[in-house]
Design a protein around this ligand. Structure first.
Ligand SMILES: NC(=[NH2+])NCCC[C@H](N)C(=O)O
Length: 291
């Protein structure tokens, strides 16, 4: 990893294909067993996202899908990556706790030092903890515990700013907040309380608000690769705002994953450090070639 990586190493993202994806239980308000995902369409949409990322210069790493683990596709929830360390998730719901050993083994086998939280501390990885510059922004209450995030900040030696998530539809931080660079991010104000909004506004120089109907189409759940920002379809205003801020937005349909409460970002885990993370030492391409 970092030290040993060649110059211009490509961005690396972990994904897990949706062979066994479906709505088999209900652990967030988007999920209803009576509104099943179309698995063939999910496979097409997943490949659409993976192909788009590859065309932007990303190297996709794969986790093998496993039967009866329908949410394993949401690799953002595997862990929080910090240099060569991976803080393993410990899921709030038992349905997803069964994914933990698979994420643990994959990360260990791929050279990460895996850190595990105490049994009574919940934490859902990059779904709830995202760097902007040197600061770790951490969403808490619905899935992750604030005390997990305090412990992680102490382990990693970084500043953490914890923001409470107040709307059950925006139950992970990555559903309502996305760092774009070391000093910019997008966010949906309705998912935070007044104090959380103040924390974000006072600490991030460029904070772009996303309107409600676009946030409900998972516009904030974006994958950032250099200046490229990839989201689900249905966010024309955000696309304009991103262009004005110097980014290149891309849309790809992800309707089947929205039925499980996830979208582009949830389907990915950046392994070499997000572009917005100041700790990222890698000289990896920051402006990959356009498709
Ligand atoms: N990073 C994310 N927001 N992942 C979405 C996870 C969706 C999954 N059904 C859950 O409720 O846990």
């Amino acid at each position: 990893m970092n030290e040993s990586r060649p110059l211009f190493a490509p961005p690396r993202i972990l994904m897990c294909s949706p062979e066994y994806f479906g709505i088999e239980y209900e652990i967030n308000p988007w999920m209803s067993r009576s509104r099943q995902a179309d698995r063939q369409l999910a496979l097409l949409q997943w490949h659409g996202l993976a192909d788009m990322l590859e065309s932007l210069g990303v190297m996709i790493e794969r986790l093998h899908p496993v039967a009866k683990l329908p949410d394993l596709v949401f690799t953002a929830n595997a862990a929080l990556i910090f240099k060569k360390k991976a803080v393993l998730s410990h899921f709030k719901h038992t349905e997803r706790q069964r994914e933990e050993p698979l994420f643990h083994d994959w990360l260990t086998q791929h050279g990460f030092e895996v850190l595990c939280l105490p049994e009574d501390h919940f934490f859902e990885g990059a779904g709830d903890a995202l760097f902007v510059g040197d600061t770790l922004y951490a969403g808490y209450r619905i899935r992750s515990d604030v005390r997990s995030e305090q412990l992680i900040a102490a382990w990693l030696g970084c500043r953490v700013l914890a923001v409470e998530l107040v709307d059950p539809y925006f139950y992970h931080l990555d559903t309502c907040f996305c760092p774009l660079s070391t000093d910019s991010a997008i966010f949906y104000p309705g998912a935070f309380d007044t104090y959380g909004i103040e924390v974000l506004q006072s600490s991030i120089p460029l904070l772009i608000p996303v309107r409600e109907e676009e946030a409900r189409a998972f516009a904030c759940n974006a994958v950032v690769v250099g200046k490229h920002v990839i989201t689900n379809t249905g966010a024309p205003q955000l696309q304009r705002d991103l262009r004005n801020a110097g980014f290149t937005p891309h849309e790809t349909p992800l309707s089947e994953f929205v039925k499980a409460g996830g979208s582009a970002k949830c389907l990915t885990l950046r392994l070499d450090g997000e572009n917005a993370a100041a700790w990222r030492e890698s000289p990896a391409i920051s402006q990959p070639v356009s498709p």
